[in-house]
Design a protein around this ligand. Structure first.
Ligand code: ATP
Length: 241
């Protein structure tokens, strides 16, 4: 049985001023899937994420989410459809406590079905116990890894169907990255699909069902993570023959 994609783009083109950054990108992620998007600096990963989420306007092509055309839907309205972003650099509300950062997000939550189990503060504190210990602390006093946990928790409090994570491992120690990545299967088991934008190719392929590689604004490889060879990745990543 074919599952309809949760998020899909078709022939997506976008850019900045005279500069075209995306060239005909076909991308999709199914409900409950974990997909990684890899590529070198400047390949267009962030632009794709921003175009999928309405932060950069598309020039041609289309984007659909849960079967609805969202090509012209602004970013803030997509949250109500079930799309949440963990942005690069986290962008937490400085001066506010951990718990208040999480509560603010809950105010923008998508209504969930009566039989669904929503993300709550308790559930997030089970996922990241250190946040329970630090819940009254201002977010800027936390370590980078703990701040990343708050950013993920804040996105989950909007009850997303899809979590978009933009380089969540950036600048973190390997042990902390592992701690965070170990929680992704728990989030997926709760029914949330995850898109991981990653520069760490090994981490990306180990943590995903499927991945896409981008180079100069185009998808150069899409494959099941378990099947792909290092040579295929290298070729797609650097464009070497
Ligand atoms: P990184 O891993 O460094 O974030 P990336 O794969 O996410 O790279 P993008 O940030 O999407 O790549 O950049 C794709 C191209 O678009 C690059 O050539 C970049 O210089 C250009 N670009 C990105 N943002 C802008 C902008 N605001 N204005 C003009 N050009 C931009």
């Amino acid at each position: 049985m074919n599952v309809s994609p949760l998020l899909a783009s078709r022939a997506l083109c976008a850019g900045y001023g005279d500069f075209q950054a995306l060239f005909g990108v076909d991308f999709e992620i199914s409900p409950g899937e974990v997909v990684a998007l890899i590529g070198a600096n400047g390949a267009g990963k962030s632009t794709l994420l921003k175009t999928l989420t309405g932060l950069v306007p598309l020039r041609s092509g289309s984007v659909s989410f849960a079967g609805i055309d969202v090509s012209k839907t602004p970013a803030h309205a997509l949250v109500a459809h079930g799309l949440a972003m963990v942005p690069e650099g986290r962008r937490l509300f400085r001066g506010m406590s951990v718990e208040d950062n999480l509560r603010v997000a809950a105010d923008h939550a998508r209504p969930v079905a009566a039989n669904a189990r929503p993300w709550t503060l308790e559930r997030l504190y089970d996922l990241f116990p250190v946040l329970a210990e630090r819940r009254r602390q201002a977010v800027e006093t936390l370590s980078g890894g703990q701040q990343q946990m708050v950013a993920i928790g804040r996105a989950l409090m909007t009850q997303p169907k899809l979590l978009l994570c933009d380089e969540i491992s950036l600048g973190l120690a390997p042990k902390v990255i592992l701690e965070i990545y170990e929680m992704l299967p728990v989030i997926r088991q709760a029914g949330t699909a995850i898109l991981l934008v990653e520069q760490d190719v090994t981490l990306a392929s180990r943590s995903s069902d499927r991945f896409y590689c981008m180079l100069e604004g185009r998808i150069t490889l899409t494959a099941r993570s378990a099947d792909v060879t290092r040579e295929q990745i290298t070729q797609a990543y650097f464009g070497v023959k």
